[in-house]
Ligand binder design. Sequence first.
Ligand code: DGL
Length: 269
Amino acid sequence: MSNSTHRPIGVFDSGIGGLTVAHAISRLLPNEQIIYFGDTAHLPYGDKSKDLIRTYSSEITNFLLHQKHCKCVVIACNTASAAAYEYLRDSYKGSVPIFNVIDPIIESVVADESIKHVGIIATKTTILSGVYQEKLSRRRPSLTYSALATPLLAPMIEEGFYNNNISHTVIHNYLEQPELKDIDALILGCTHYVMIKKEINEFYGGKVKLFDSTDIVATKLKAILEKENLLTDKPLGENLFYVSDYTESFEQAAKAFYGTAIQLKQQNI
Ligand code: DGL
């Protein structure tokens, strides 16, 4: 077993949305140690250019690999996955596996033959990148899809507006758009949206299959680390959580996203 097995898993997002992914990884792989980085100083990514997101993502990956010696990096953000995954994967080819949150969702959707028409909701940058649309039509040309940018959702959730009247109104307003008519599945293409999955499910009365990047991504990560002989054989210790701009309100919100209390540490990149 190589030394790499005892190194942590790096996970990053624009802010705290990726904590939903980190938590799913911890649930599935409790012996692994996660080093989480939330780029709260540059939040939100969802309306920034691909070039700028690529620059931020490179700096964070650099921190996770060179200062924290992670054995792999999970881009726990759809927007950063859309803007920076290929660049990071190619930059670290042959040395460290880089994971994105989009491909595992695509695999699950195309594997489900009962799905004929899938909707995608995500940030503006993710929708405009066309990554979901391109990958879905390449993997299953017979599938029809409709994509809708839902830019109010991530900031709304980050501010703690979910399971209340305001989130109800905003969610209904988006999901009632003609683009999302007659879908039989919906991709929640932003890691924040896990927090409103229940409300979305209620809107559809449970009749539309929902895909998000928590358990699907954790399962894919486990499979690849197993194949590469990178899973630890002993508990590696406490998970650590860094943000590029610490505020108490982020720490409080982080608790809701992660499910249990965690401490955020300030780290400049
Ligand atoms: N959580 C990020 C994602 O999955 C989006 C939030 C943001 O706009 O920064 O796309």
